[in-house]
Design a protein around this ligand. Sequence first.
Ligand code: GLY
Ligand code: MN
Ligand code: MN
Length: 447
Amino acid sequence: MSLPADDISPFAARRRRVLDWMQAQGGGVAVIATAPQAMRNRDADYPYRHDSDFYYLTGFIEPEAWLVLIAGADPRAVLFCRARNEAHEIWEGLRVGPEAAAGRFGMDDAHPVDSLDELLPEWLLDQPSLWLSQTANEATCKRVQAWMQTARGLGRSGARPPSALRDINPLLADMRLVKDAAEIASMRRAARISAGAHARAMRHVRPGMREYEIEAELLHEFRRHGAQGVAYNSIVASGANACILHYQAGDAELRDGELVLIDAGCEYDSYASDITRTFPVNGRYSGAQRALYDLTAAAQEAAAAATAPGRSWDDGHQAAVRVLAQGMLDEKLLRGSLDGVLESGAYTRFYMHRTGHWLGLDVHDVGDYRAAAPAPGAARPWRTLEPGMMLTIEPGIYVRRADDVPARFWDIGIRIEDDALVTETGCELITRGVPVDAREIEALMRE
Ligand code: GLY
Ligand code: MN
Ligand code: MN
């Protein structure tokens, strides 16, 4: 769970933008619910995590909360949250309560969440549109449907519920894609903490340790710097395990002569960081490991050079793929010409994922990777990068043992991942608090 935000002004500014936009689209009421709590097993909950859209517009982190935005001549933002309740608070902790919530979170009003069913049908009457997120869960959709039905039944003096149900999701996704100053500050902090955790892992690793011991070092560093937890389950993959893309830290032994791949990032202020480093368990890359490592680093550098405002989302991936494919030919992992292996996709045997994704409140953040079609029926081009967008740059190479690949590369899996902020002129890698250069990593491991 995140701490409540100290500065509420960014949240208020985002709500205003949504209200202005709704107004420009003819007005209406928007309803956005936070995430439900989930039971793990008998009386034990999963750690609670609020809904990202809801948090983006409120800064409010308690469960059982809803935001209602009413566009019009008198635009209003209203929060529904749990009423104060001494008996519950003794067991579960303090609640803000509607009396304090309006002032503390800059809302026009706040009500107990129990009054939603009574108030919402009335509020829907004579509104042109009801705005919901297409990603709203089933329980939310059912609840809203019930309000619409009740509103229809009210039917007084010809008042009617909205005739249009519209999707608020594309607007929120577009807004979230370009980070504001408060978001960039949180993401820099998350990036710094995660970089420190990777450096800690590099210093601690020794042959004979287990993957879970390294995971513990990462968690230690995340939590001691105030991160609320992990942004996703940590991958600590030794040796051949690195060739399993979604492997999680297990109990495998870290062996002398092997590499360990760590893909781990903390969540801070609800914002994700996402870093991968691959380094030698004994502190020295072997010749074969170093060859593929330097190749991956060069691919990342090429992708970063292609990450700049005005460039296409796909440019970075294509740049990385070119470098990797040429390296695969040079190292005899593939045969043929560069154009040939690019066209046939033969390189995907060793590089089977894309080079990045949007990053923000969610590790795989919202935001369309493509722009609108230039004409009806035409293909949608890749999106153009803009300052303030945040993305990962994460090329890799994964070589499973097989008779037709040189044995010296068997079971080597490498990925290098940094988080990039698109600036006015290019991009800034905000996770470079931990080195990427092989010699720098070896030097850090000797410390
Ligand atoms: N850690 C998730 C990813 O790299 O996409
Ligand atoms: Mn990633
Ligand atoms: Mn990652």
